[in-house]
Design a protein around this ligand. Structure first.
Ligand SMILES: [Zn+2]
Length: 350
């Protein structure tokens, strides 16, 4: 039986995990890992690889058997033997293999009962596979993939509503959902896949403990169960196009350290303050052009009292429509030179 998952050593608000295959470890404040794993392309990429690998499984027509499950487990693990972020890979592998092991340990009657429920669930959603079952290994892997996706979406849901509630940015629906999820978690046995391991450290001369986590949902529960001890707080990025959650030591932190949606080569923290500065400069410049155009009309009006009404109307119109025009320039739908031409078009008939 294969054992897989993310091994975490927890210590006063910090988790140590391996970040490379050679066992190189790193510490993360509680909350940092879910922000990194569950919000960006990391798990999407892993899930895509899983999906392609089970769809192309060369032994998909083989009968379901203990031996075939073991062959399939090795195949699934090797398909995902490299990944940009090792903790995410270990969690994904752990979640998938746990499901395979869970199904293979069932007696035929329980397996059938579960399959009926799983088929019902798959029919009600548009993201689950419906060709599932125990007839052959292809259908069996699809069944395990569905459970993997459900585990992942449950984790993302819990992470999102917890973080939204904590940052005071939760919508009414998110607040209700958070309450509902907490009630669900209150039921015994709802959180799968955490195993505590105890040992003895000969070098340090003390007992050690670590956790092996085999489920995305369990991982979020594990992280947030220690949230109060974390040296950092969850925050929401104030870049309006990002809005993702991140962990920060200072409550004044505004922007995240993840790639900004506007310019992925720069983080929001680097990109957005510069962006707002540039935007402000641009807005100031456009305001300056508008002011010049109005001044020109005021001078004209003072020199030509006979055209007072006509020029006053021009000034009114310029002011009324200028806001929309400036907005077009700010959003890149109009060039600055076009805006200038538009301002210049406010001339009285001579
Ligand atoms: Zn951001």
């Amino acid at each position: 039986m294969l054992k897989n998952g993310l091994t975490v050593c927890y210590d006063y608000g910090e988790n140590s995990v391996s970040i490379s295959e050679d066992g190189l470890g790193q510490k993360f404040a509680v909350g940092e890992l879910p922000c990194k794993i569950l919000q960006h392309e990391v798990v999407e990429e892993i899930s895509r690889v899983f999906f392609n690998c089970i769809r192309n499984y060369p032994r998909h027509g083989e009968n379901f058997s203990q031996e075939e499950v073991e062959i399939a487990e090795r195949y699934v693990l090797s398909a995902l033997s490299f990944c940009d972020f090792i903790p995410a890979q270990h969690l994904a592998q752990g979640s998938f293999i746990r499901n395979m092991e869970w199904y293979r340990a069932l007696d035929p009657e329980s397996a059938n009962r579960l399959l009926i429920a799983e088929l019902e669930r798959a029919k009600d959603t548009d993201f689950l596979l419906t060709d599932i079952g125990f007839e052959n290994m292809g259908r069996f892997l699809n069944l395990c993939f569905n459970d993997y996706i459900i585990d992942l979406s449950n984790a993302i849901e819990l992470f999102t509503v917890f973080s939204a509630t904590e940052t005071g940015t939760a919508s009414r629906e998110e607040q209700d959902l958070f309450k509902e999820l907490c009630e669900g978690l209150a039921v015994d046995g709802k959180v799968p896949g955490i195993e505590m391991r105890m040992g003895y450290d000969l070098a340090k001369g003390n007992y050690t403990s670590s956790y092996v986590i085999n489920s995305f949902l369990a991982f979020v529960v594990f992280e947030f169960s220690h949230y109060q001890d974390s040296p950092k707080r969850v925050m929401r990025c104030q870049n309006p196009e990002c809005g993702c959650f991140f962990m920060a030591s200072r409550s004044t932190a505004k922007y995240c350290d993840f790639p900004s949606p506007q310019k992925p080569s720069q983080t929001c923290k680097v990109f957005y303050p510069q962006h707002t500065y540039r935007e402000k400069e641009k807005a100031d410049y456009l305001g300056h052009l508008e002011k010049n155009a109005c001044c020109r009309l005021y001078v004209d009006r003072s020199r030509h009292p006979e055209a007072y009404d006509e020029i006053s109307k021009l000034i009114r119109n310029l002011r009324t429509y200028s806001f929309e025009k400036k907005k077009e320039v700010m959003e890149g739908r109009m060039a600055k030179s076009e805006y200038q031409q538009w301002l210049d078009s406010f001339q009285r008939n001579k």
